[in-house]
Design a protein around this ligand. Sequence first.
Ligand code: NAD
Ligand code: LMR
Length: 347
Amino acid sequence: MVKAVVAGAAGGIGQPLSLLLKLNPIVTELSLYDVVNAPGVAADLSHIPTPAQVSGFLPNTGSQGHKGPEEEKRGAVNALKGADIVVIPAGVPRKPGMTRDDLFINAGICATLAESIAEACPKAFILVISNPVNSTVPVFAEVLKKKGVFDPKRLFGVTTLDCLRASTFVASVVGEPTEASKYVIPVVGGHAGHTILPLLSQAKPSIPSSVLKDKSKRDALVHRIQFGGDEVVEAKAGTGSATLSMAQAGAEFADKVMRAAFKGETGLVAPSYVNLEADPSAAKTIQQEIGKDLAYFSVNVELGKEGIAKLNPVGKIDETETALLKKAVEDLEPSINKGVGFSPASK
Ligand code: NAD
Ligand code: LMR
């Protein structure tokens, strides 16, 4: 019996993500939470004949019909009670001209949800989609620490969309657009602009040297992976950012976490933005590789029964990637600090 919760379930990502989780046979209970329309989305999905039993929750309404943080928390706690996995696409998306850091207003939503998780399901796997991921994951960790329930093995920043983009764009550049899914490219660092570091030299199968050694082709490919989110934001022209590809990415990552934890599958590895304390001995190696004692970084994560079984080192990278890594680390550090230093009172 596996209970999955989507927080932000009525949104652009939330709805297709909830659909994909409803279709996942591992999920037996699917609880949808949003500040609007969650019961409607739940009623709709509940007619699909798959095992997951669906229910929808809104914030409880206070005595004057007010939905302040306390009412929000009570509704969320009802949705989250006993959850095994919580996937979180709650919050505002970008409009053209904005950076992900401009979405730091989402930190308050994340902090409130983290408090509810601490109360309702402190052992759940937490998959954070809400941007800016580089800061919102530290926000979750800090709240959970204050509540005394932080387990770094169970907290994940979802960076899978960067990997999907890398597969698709690489396949297109090498002239195999229909074979995109066969390309596996580790993407490390973080989830914003230059912090997104696709390790093209580690691609499997390898990328032909006609691309890797052609500076302009390679630079364009790296840039497209790093700024793929902007393509969608601009194409959607003010109506939001990636939702459908993100739903697929979130469902794919959640599926791996659940297969490892609840089906005992081994050998499941995927990049995720994590607190490196999840694997203290690997943390030292990774911090040496990146040349900085960052507390958060995205690396290939080996998944297991307790969430993170092992963090894999960045590994061998080439000269181009060494330069990109320096920039990624420079840009990531202030975003981490901003998340760690966030106090809900200052939102
Ligand atoms: P959206 O506006 O369509 O949906 C967001 C949903 O969150 C809405 O339904 C809203 O009612 C709900 N919400 C707001 N406050 C809430 C709260 N306190 N509790 C619960 N739900 C709440 O936005 P979207 O396009 O679905 O994007 C959601 C977030 O995901 C954004 O921050 C976006 O930047 C981020 N995102 C991340 C990635 C990634 O790769 N990690 C990819 C795409 C989008
Ligand atoms: C993405 O990569 O598509 C998301 O982070 C959304 C965005 O703002 O670009």
